[in-house]
Design a protein around this ligand. Structure first.
Ligand SMILES: [Mn+2]
Length: 329
């Protein structure tokens, strides 16, 4: 069996065109390679509250794909960042059908058993399926969205595992989403921001017969490119040890051919640490509660809403309720 895995799609309106271009190339490759199944390793949506356009995009692609091969997906932390958000997870579960499998514990494709491990959000979430292979299955694969210990600055309470523990489960192939670099993890479908400069972008195909694992690097989406500026006037030069990053300037999208040329000709000295520009914003968003707000429900809801990625109005709320209750559109 040939199993394709795409990790960390992060469908978002911001760059749907780039994502579409990327997806079209991937689809063509999957057709040529005659893959037997498509796995999606979590973080399908970027937001836990996807917009209608994002839903149309993803659901359309999944359904089209499912017309020719089974689509097997697990949800990631982006779909369920917090229990009090409108959960993208539940939007995805609606797609479950004969050919689409979202967060099902175990799916059989030919003679391959695919164990599925969505992001564990709380104690009650099911923990990995460590059952022996189902009768008739010769190979066993893990599709998951989780953290591997020691790779992250902060350890998730429920969804972090030592690699030894996962490897000891005897899988012939492990396909994990979450970390966007390729290695133990599949690696993201495209670079999402300047911090991901230099990451590969594409998807993998695992051949369960031969054990061959093929990475398809895709050029449909542009790549990010950072330029490091060092100024003699800069105070930061006090820290000017060899290799110390003094300043990063982000220069915007660049065409992929050009960025590839730059990337290939770059030396390690040109490469920058992932920049953390998002951090101060995150800190400031976790501000204090205004006085008396806990007694004023309307103001509290308004405050909660203002902290969400996508602002919700009555129309949006109505739409989401309709979707949750019975099908889309
Ligand atoms: Mn992700």
């Amino acid at each position: 069996m040939k199993i394709a895995t795409i990790a960390d799609l992060h469908v978002r309106e911001k760059d749907l065109d780039a994502l579409s271009a990327q997806w079209e190339i991937a689809e063509r490759i999957m057709r040529c390679e005659r893959v037997d199944a498509l796995c999606l390793a979590g973080d399908l949506y970027d937001s836990k509250r996807p917009t209608l356009r994002e839903m149309d995009w993803l659901e359309g692609r999944i359904r089209t794909m499912a017309a020719s091969v089974p689509v097997i997906a697990v949800t990631g932390n982006h779909e369920k960042k917090s229990i009090n958000q409108f959960p993208a997870t539940q939007l995805l579960w609606r797609l479950n059908s004969e050919r689409i499998h979202i967060d099902r514990p175990c799916i059989i494709v030919g003679d391959v058993q695919i164990d599925c491990q969505p992001w564990l959000f709380c104690e009650e979430d099911k923990v990995m399926n460590a059952d022996p292979p189902v009768d008739g299955c010769r190979k066993k694969m893990l599709l998951g969205h989780l953290q591997i210990e020691h790779l992250y600055p902060t350890r998730d309470r429920y969804s972090c595992f030592p690699i030894e523990e996962i490897e000891a489960m005897g899988y012939d192939h492990i396909a994990l989403g979450d970390y966007h670099k390729r290695g133990i993890f599949v690696g993201a479908f495209r670079q999402l921001n300047f911090g991901e400069e230099g990451n590969p972008q594409g998807f993998e195909v695992w051949d369960s017969e031969t054990g061959a694992l093929t990475w398809h690097e895709l050029d449909g989406a542009p790549r990010y490119w950072n330029v490091v500026l060092e100024s003699p006037e800069d105070d930061l030069l006090a820290y000017n040890e060899p290799g110390y990053l003094t300043k990063v300037k982000t220069v915007g999208w660049v065409p992929s051919a050009e960025s590839r040329r730059q990337f290939e000709s770059s030396t390690p000295g040109n490469l920058v640490e992932p920049n953390m520009r998002d951090e101060p914003e995150r800190e400031s968003r976790g501000g204090e509660l205004p006085k008396g707000i806990l007694q004023d429900k309307a103001a509290l809801i308004e405050l909660w809403d203002s902290k969400q990625d996508t602002r919700m109005d009555a129309q949006e709320l109505e739409r989401l309720i309709k979707v949750a209750v019975g099908g889309v559109k």
